[in-house]
Write a protein that binds this ligand. Structure first.
Ligand code: NAD
Length: 326
């Protein structure tokens, strides 16, 4: 009988540290050839966009498909969120669906988790670092949680064009993590003071001047994954030692990378590694304390599948959820 896990069930069992561990394994599987990761399949009904994201991870024995929809009229017309996601987890031995779970919180945690893994491998190793978060929305909170798992963070600065979003971010994240979080009024403050930066905004245009980024900084770029939108400018991309979650996704979906290539500022070989290659030691990460490392995340189904299997195993262990006969 399939297990049904709602958002609260997922929240109860999904911790960032555990999620980073399985996401790291998923990227190792991608590099080692034991992951199956078809491109995400989009369908565009008249009112929205529906994306199908399947993957299989042999070593983790995880097989699943996430369905995510983006329907802009949902909030006004139906009192539903714009973005809705659900994951269908299967038993790889029988193919049968063993669990259907809410995918909203899971997506945010797995998106944080991959930045946590990238930070672990690419940021400088000194302790007592400062983190700067661009954006104060759903994803930004999880970015901070993950970075704080990966490094010993002393100070956090947050910048968003919405004061309301920043206030909520500070209240929520101060309660969650024992960290001092400061609101800043300009991007420059973060660029001058932070060792690790996450960009998690809904902006379609660059959010700071890449020439102002200090040597030695590590940046996780997770927003704007369409060909014409970008958060990171050409200057930053040119100056960076650039790691992709997937070359293919970056070349098809990431304006952050595609626009500098179109401009002739870089070619695709400027992405020197995929994260899985760094995790498995096939390619080195940071070379020195002056490299500016940039990790570009588009969000891969292997992250969802690894996280969904983790949630399922934890829920079974804790006796959480509702089983139904279909
Ligand atoms: N890489 C991935 O796997 C992945 C997964 C999920 C979402 N995303 C992307 O992450 C981004 C953020 O998503 P979210 O769910 O947190 O959205 P959200 O709407 O909750 O938050 C976005 C925040 O960005 C702020 N913002 C917009 N322009 C800004 C600017 N120039 N400077 C500073 N702040 C600015 C907004 O005010 C808002 O608070 C989106 O682009 C989304 O598509 C990526």
């Amino acid at each position: 009988m399939p297990l049904i896990l709602n958002r609260d069930d997922v929240i109860k069992v999904l911790e960032m540290k555990d999620c980073m561990d399985v996401v790291e394994k998923a990227f190792a599987e991608l590099a080692n050839g034991t992951a199956v990761l078809p491109l995400r399949t989009p369908i565009m009904p008249p009112d929205g966009l529906s994306l199908y994201m399947p993957a299989y991870l042999k070593e983790l024995a995880a097989l699943a498909c996430k369905v995510v929809t983006v329907y802009k009229n949902n909030p006004t017309k139906y009192n539903l969120p714009t973005v809705i996601g659900k994951v269908l987890l299967q038993d790889p031995e029988t193919g049968d669906v063993i669990c259907i779970m809410d995918g909203g919180y899971l997506t945010a945690v797995r998106t944080g988790a991959v930045s946590g893994v990238a930070t672990k491998y690419l940021a400088r190793k000194d302790s007592g670092q400062s983190a700067g978060i661009f954006g104060a929305g759903v994803q930004a909170k999880m970015q901070l949680w993950a970075v704080a798992e990966a490094r010993d963070i002393l100070k956090v600065y947050v910048y968003d064009i919405s004061d309301e979003a920043v206030a909520k971010f500070i209240t929520e994240m101060t309660a969650k993590l024992d960290l001092g979080i400061t609101k800043v009024d300009s991007p420059d403050h973060i660029l001058k003071n932070c060792d690790i930066i996450c960009t998690a905004t809904s902006s379609a245009t660059p959010i700071f001047d890449g020439n102002k980024v200090r040597e030695g900084t590590h940046i996780n770029g997770i927003g704007s994954h369409t060909p014409n939108a970008r958060e990171l400018d050409t200057n930053l991309i040119k100056r960076s030692r650039l790691v992709a979650d997937s070359y293919e996704a970056c070349l098809k979906e990431a304006g952050d990378i595609m626009i500098p290539i179109e401009e002739g500022a870089i070619d695709k070989s400027h992405m020197y590694a995929e994260l899985g290659e760094v995790v498995t030691g096939k390619k080195p990460g940071r070379r020195n304390d002056t490299d500016i490392t940039v990790f570009k995340s588009n969000g891969l189904a292997i992250q969802d599948v690894a996280a969904a299997k983790l949630v399922y195993d934890k829920a079974i262990e804790a006796g959480i959820g509702t089983q139904i006969e279909i």
